[in-house]
Design a protein around this ligand. Structure first.
Ligand SMILES: Cc1cc2nc3c(=O)[nH]c(=O)nc-3n(C[C@H](O)[C@H](O)[C@H](O)COP(=O)(O)OP(=O)(O)OC[C@H]3O[C@@H](n4cnc5c(N)ncnc54)[C@H](O)[C@@H]3O)c2cc1C
Length: 361
């Protein structure tokens, strides 16, 4: 190889930072990270930020400089895969030899009338800044992990609020009976009113209209269901799924443009049984490390080792003193072991600390 090989990583979230850190170890490579933000904010702690707690932040330029990685602040608009150049919103551009696409995801409120105007997402740091001061009745829409964490965190930290959780299915219903029964008991203990079999028909200034006609009054509606990925990949002509996520091969290379690797929420990554892996930092971090290892192997003229992946558990916090850790089999199905209560809260906190460190270390 002659000259330095320029690896450009788009996105400084869990996936992008783990890829950049690993890529910086490759001989002969120069690594640049591009992100619209100047700070890394632990996205998995956004429910805590919403409840008024301080969450860790890190200056990206300083953090990456310490590892010999260049940082460019800018919003990526387009990839010219033929010229191998990235166009930024400020008119700047950047060339690359290998690209790692890790632009993540954001909340999507477009599915229900009124949600864009009257509901607030809790998906990216900027969302938290847009949520008005909370008071009175809070309706949290979505019984997935984020909805459960948001509802329980708010109910615990802000006992002055009346929190409802509105969900089409039983909150945590995909977990074992022990885990989802514990979640329901914790929500009850914290005074969260849980509405199941409840589908939102529309959101208005005074609350939510459910399919069937019931009105759920709320001063603030928090939307935790539905994620969208940036349109950059689709608009740049990369092969994507109907949601705009990049289709990748086993090596995490774009199926249409193999010199572009795609990782994290913005990619469709197959698990050991062929099913899509979850949109989770538990997927994003190992995918980032693997992609960078594969790039380094290719630079040495070697075929990368096969990607191996399995989940071990799924963890959900229920405020600061309770939680659920559901252990899973290799195919992500529920195992018998479930931790609950303070042990689970402690376990989840250790995982979140580790995740923050993995992204930043
Ligand atoms: C409240 C909450 C709790 C969560 N808890 C958990 C949990 O406990 N466990 C778990 O595994 N997962 C959890 N998740 C999901 C997890 O946060 C995501 O799956 C993870 O952040 C995906 O990582 P990523 O690197 O792909 O994307 P992101 O972390 O979203 O990073 C993407 C980066 O790309 C940048 N970017 C985006 N578009 C552009 C652009 N056009 N130009 C420049 N930069 C751009 C963004 O600024 C961002 O820094 C949680 C999510 C939320 C919202």
């Amino acid at each position: 190889m002659t000259g330095e090989h320029r690896i450009v990583v788009l996105g400084a979230g869990y996936a992008g930072l783990s890829a950049a850190r690993q890529a910086a170890k490759a001989a002969g490579a120069r690594v640049t990270v591009v992100d619209a933000r100047t700070e890394f904010v632990d996205r998995v702690r956004l429910h805590q930020a919403l409840a008024g707690q301080q969450v860790p932040r890190a200056d990206l330029r300083k953090m990456l400089a310490g590892k010999g990685i260049e940082f460019v602040q800018g919003r990526v608009e387009r990839i010219d895969a033929v010229a191998r150049r990235i166009a930024l919103a400020d008119g700047g551009s950047l060339g690359y030899d290998t690209l790692v696409y890790a632009l993540g995801s954001a909340g999507d409120r477009s599915a229900v009338p009124g949600a864009i105007e009257f509901a607030h997402s809790v998906a990216v740091p900027e969302d938290i800044a847009r949520v008005p001061a909370l008071s009175g009745r809070i309706a949290v829409v979505g019984g997935g992990a984020t909805g459960i964490e948001v509802a329980s965190e708010l109910a615990e930290s802000r006992p002055d609020l009346l929190v409802s959780l509105i969900s089409a299915d039983e909150p945590g219903g995909w977990l074992s009976a022990k885990a989802h029964n514990h979640i329901r008991a914790a929500l009850d203990r914290l005074g969260v009113r849980v509405l199941t079999d409840a589908k939102v028909a529309a959101v208005a200034a005074d609350g939510i209209a459910l399919v069937g006609g019931e009105h759920v009054p709320a001063e603030t509606v928090l939307w935790t269901t539905g994620f969208a990925v940036p349109r950059v990949a689709a608009e740049s002509g990369l092969a994507v799924d109907p949601r705009g996520r990049i289709l990748v091969d086993e090596e995490l290379r774009s199926r249409s443009h193999p010199d572009i690797y795609a990782i994290g929420d913005a990619a469709v990554i197959a698990g050991p049984d062929g099913r899509d892996l979850r949109m989770a930092c538990a997927t994003a971090i190992p995918a980032g490390t693997y992609a960078a290892t594969a790039i380094a192997a290719r630079l040495r003229g070697k075929a990368p080792a096969a990607r191996k992946y399995r989940y071990v558990f799924q963890c959900i916090s229920l405020g600061r003193h309770d939680g659920v850790i559901q252990f899973v089999h290799a195919d992500d199905s529920n195992a018998r072991t479930v931790l609950t209560g303070r042990t689970a809260a402690w376990f989840k906190e250790q995982i979140v600390r580790m995740v923050g460190k993995v992204a930043q270390a």
